[in-house]
Every structure is written in C-alpha cells, then in structure tokens.
Design a protein around this ligand. Sequence first.
Ligand SMILES: Nc1ncnc2c1ncn2[C@@H]1O[C@H](COP(=O)(O)OP(=O)(O)O)[C@@H](O)[C@H]1O
Ligand SMILES: [Mg+2]
Length: 230
Amino acid sequence: MQLIVRHLSVYHNGVAVLTNVSTYFETGEITMVIGPNGSGKSTLLKALAGLVKYEGEIILPDGYEAVDELTGYVFQNPETQIIGSTVFEDVIFGLENIGLAPTEIEKRANYVLELLELSNLRDSDPYYLSGGQKQRLAIASILALEPEFLLLDEVTAMLDKSGKREVLEAIVRLKNLNKGIVVATHELDLFSQIADRCIYIRDGRIVFDGQPADGIEMYKREMGAEFLYR
Ligand SMILES: Nc1ncnc2c1ncn2[C@@H]1O[C@H](COP(=O)(O)OP(=O)(O)O)[C@@H](O)[C@H]1O
Ligand SMILES: [Mg+2]
C-alpha cells in the first residue's frame, strides 16, 4: 500500500512549518526522517496521523482521503502515551474505545504483546518497566489498532543502549509484517542499519530523498561542526 503526500503545507500561527512537501510512503519499508531540530519532522509525522491541520493532500492511490485511520503515531516519551495500570489494560484501552467485542480485544492484545515481547509482563504496572519496555508497550498499544503505517517520533531518544536495541529489533519485526514505518530520528547511525530510505528535511522542505548512507552524509556535511557538538 502506498500513501501519497501532495503539496503538503502546515502553518503554525501563520508561519509555514512545512512548505509544499510532496512524497510517498510504502508499506513494508522503513523510512528514516532526519533534519535539524525545528525542521518539521514531527509536524510531517503528525500530519500523516491527522493530528495537525494541513493544506494539500494525503491520500491513497485511489484518492481515498481518510488516511489517518491507516496510521498510528507514537511519541518520543512513552509516558505521554501509557495510561493503563497494567500492561494488558494499556493495550486494551484504545480497543475498548473503538467498541470492539471482548473476544476480539483479547485476541488483538495477546497478539501485539507476543509480537513486542511483553507477554510475560502482561499484569505488570507500566510504571516499573524499563525504558525499552515502556516504548515497546506504547508501540504495542498503537499497533493493536491495526494501522498500516506506524509513525515513530524519536522513539529511541530517551532509551539506554539495550532499550534502543530492543526497539530497533521490534521495528524490524513490524516491517517484516509489511507495516510501513516512518521514523523521525537524530540517531543516524542506529537507524541507517535498518532503514530502506532516508528523507532529509530542512526548513520545512525535503532536500534529500534516497539511500540512508547518502542522506546521512549530506546531513553531516551540512551540519558540520554544529552537528559534532550537538
Ligand atoms: N503546536 C505548535 N505551535 C506552534 N509552533 C509549532 C508547534 N509545533 C511545532 N511548531 C514549530 O514548528 C517548527 C517545526 O517543528 P517540529 O515539526 O516539531 O520540528 P522537528 O520535529 O523537526 O524538531 C518549529 O519551528 C516549531 O517551533
Ligand atoms: Mg520532533
């Protein structure tokens, strides 16, 4: 499945944050979105999730517009998203909200907990999970809603090394299930290991779209010393 973005612009208080962005995203593909702070990465992901108002089109090839039903957005800080008092309750919260039958809820929850390797923590209080476990729970709860595309906003930024590794492996499993993954990140070397494609955004415009190694090289060159001391 392809998601097509045409002439996308987003304004905050009259100031353009994304300007005339045209691109596409594909299921079964991991796209890393890079760029300096404030360049518009999160805004792009939020537009894809229908979380911000935009001009232009985000559509399927047949012109279908309700793309936000097909996407799920995951925040940098998993605490923002976790609300259940157990891991299981957190996953089922969104499913109850959309009014699914109890058997379907149970089935989906078991499936995503297995997939994100959280089954053994089903009755645990999310508060006591490690960073990597919390982020995997945030992803599981969104995945239970069965989006085709997962929009992951700096999801490894707050994690230690093993947490980053856990989340990276989970992302690869999701790609192998043919989910489309769009991940905004500053962790260039980490995500270049798994990304199929790289989009570099500067000042609200796409300035590169291609192989991760090439995009990262261009970004590092442009950022120069500023990048090294970040
Ligand atoms: N809700 C908002 N209200 C006003 N300005 C915003 C809002 N969200 C983001 N911005 C501005 O939009 C620009 C792009 O932000 P963002 O998409 O978060 O960039 P990035 O994720 O690349 O760091 C920044 O200048 C930011 O200050
Ligand atoms: Mg951001």
